[in-house]
Design a protein around this ligand. Structure first.
Ligand code: CP
Ligand code: NVA
Length: 307
């Protein structure tokens, strides 16, 4: 049995298999062909943080696969009142067929997985957002940007950045990360990515100059400067990220046909300008829709790799 906790745990070939499955299932869905790959299966969805896309895409996705999703807000289940993660895992995984969790520390997700009888999917932690990156790659393929792309991530060294590092390192493409001083990526995750890059040939670089990072690239991406759980740091963060907004001046340094990706929610006037956001809305909202399709690929792949 496999869990989907970080992209690091999969080979390049496995990740591409999941993407191929997602493409197949997306095409079927568009033809209104709902193949019951996971008939009568239940997906438990535990949320310790807010969500729009993750909740709607997983719940709709499992339904389209012939199963049902159970939305379990931490505020409503005993986990929120202190029932241990390992007990929650042992109870829920005896009743459902797969679990998706959105939580804080990656170690909490790992603890759940260690005690779970069924595959567990990371629906975002403080460290990673791997289902989003599978989605972003599917979107890059659809917009013709998956062939030896040069990608630039401008902003906070957060869960999104870490998953970009993992994707680039696994698939072997170029990723330039520009973060303000003091907001760099986790050094352990950077070390892992650089180690994997040796094998894949990925070119990964880090700096503090967003303009330099974006120069001549195919894909520009960013994320909020204030992630969930960092609300208390908002004021100080907004000051630290001055000069990091992706706007038309910054996009003009990328290739003329460069795409802009954003996992959403987006905060206009901070990490992205209103103008740039709206100019790239078609790509951004296709990316949002692709959460549904990419995750169906991941769930069906995990289901078919059970022992
Ligand atoms: N991108 C993303 O994960 O969105 P939600 O927080 O709305 O799920
Ligand atoms: N970095 C953001 C991503 C939201 C989808 C957060 O963790 O809040």
């Amino acid at each position: 049995m496999r869990h989907f906790l970080t992209l690091k745990d999969f080979t390049r070939e496995e990740l591409l298999e999941m993407i191929a499955l997602a493409q197949k299932i997306k095409a079927q869905t568009k033809q209104k062909k709902f193949v019951p790959y996971m008939e009568r299966q239940t997906l438990g969805m535990i949320f310790e943080k807010s969500s729009t896309r993750t909740r709607v895409s997983f719940e709709t996705g499992i339904y389209q696969l012939g199963g049902v999703g159970l939305f379990l807000s931490a505020n409503d289940i005993q986990l929120g009142r202190g029932e241990p993660m390992k007990d929650t895992a042992r109870v829920i995984s005896r009743m459902v067929d797969m679990v998706m969790i959105r939580t804080f520390e990656q170690s909490k997700l790992e603890e759940f997985a260690a005690y779970s009888k069924v595959p567990v999917i990371n629906g975002l932690t403080d460290s990673y957002h791997p289902v989003q990156l599978m989605t972003d790659y599917l979107t890059m393929i659809e917009f013709g940007k998956a062939k030896e792309p040069v990608c630039a991530y401008v902003g906070d060294g957060n869960n999104m950045t870490h998953s970009w590092l993992m994707l680039a390192a696994k698939l072997g493409f170029e990723l330039r990360v520009a973060t303000p001083k003091g907001y760099a990526c986790d050094p352990d995750i950077v070390a892992d990515a650089l180690e994997m890059a040796k094998e894949s040939g990925a070119k990964i670089s880090f700096g503090h100059d967003p303009k330099e990072a974006v120069k001549g690239c195919d894909v520009v991406t960013t994320d909020t400067w204030v992630s969930m759980g960092q609300e208390d740091e908002k004021e100080i963060r907004l000051k630290a990220f001055k000069g990091y907004m992706v706007d038309e001046a910054m996009m003009s340094l990328a290739k003329p046909d460069a795409i802009f990706l954003h996992c959403l929610p987006a905060y206009r006037g901070y990490e992205v300008s209103e103008e740039t956001f709206e100019k790239h809305a078609e790509v951004i909202f296709t990316e949002a829709e692709n959460r549904l399709h990419a995750q169906k690929g991941i769930m069906v792949w995990l289901d078919s790799h059970r022992k």
